[in-house]
Write a new protein. Structure first.
Length: 184
């Protein structure tokens, strides 16, 4: 199942000043527009890469598969704060933190259940995902955001008289491809 955002990040990975420097904008007339592009670029790139850029909280609800394993669909996972067992939407119990662990070095993240949970028991995993600060993010994702915002600012319509814009410029695709989370 897909993870659900519980608590969003409190800042954007790139600042208005960074975008204005990238695009060589010296006025404040389009600041609100640029801020909306920043938010939209982050959202778009998080969806495409299946990575959360800055720390926030998600919940994953589903069944263990294979037995004693939960594979989370967002990355990079910092910590698992709680695993609850559920019947429908009602929480039956909370697993003791000593009965599970986040497997280090796995991408996508894997949670190992050290104590068996009965087959067919619905689990709700609450976890923190995303880099702690923008400086901890891969520079290529920061650059992809800057290029995407600049591209959208320059090309505000889907097509222009000079040329049709059918897809993202190669530079952005290359930066995104290198950071895309691949799952089976």
């Amino acid at each position: 199942m897909a993870s659900i955002l519980v608590t969003p990040a409190t800042q954007e990975p790139v600042t208005l000043d960074m975008v204005k420097a990238q695009s060589r904008i010296t006025h404040a007339l389009d600041d609100a527009l640029l801020l909306s592009y920043i938010s939209s670029a982050r959202d778009y790139l998080e969806i495409v890469t299946r990575r959360q850029f800055l720390a926030c909280t998600y919940q994953w609800i589903g069944y263990q598969s294979p037995p004693r394993t939960v594979v989370l669909d967002r990355s990079p996972v910092q910590a698992v704060s709680e695993i609850a067992t559920m019947t429908g939407s009602v929480v039956d119990g909370i697993l003791d933190p000593t009965t599970y662990r986040l497997v280090p070095g796995m991408d996508p993240a894997v949670v190992a259940l050290l104590t068996p949970v009965a087959p067919g028991v619905l689990l709700r995993v609450t976890f923190t995902v995303g880099w702690a600060t923008p400086q901890a993010m891969p520079p290529s994702l920061i650059q992809a955001m800057l290029l995407l915002v600049a591209h959208w600012y320059e090309h505000r319509e889907a097509s222009t008289m000079e040329r049709n814009i059918e897809r993202l410029p190669y530079a952005i695709e290359a930066l995104v491809w290198a950071n895309k989370l691949v799952t089976a």
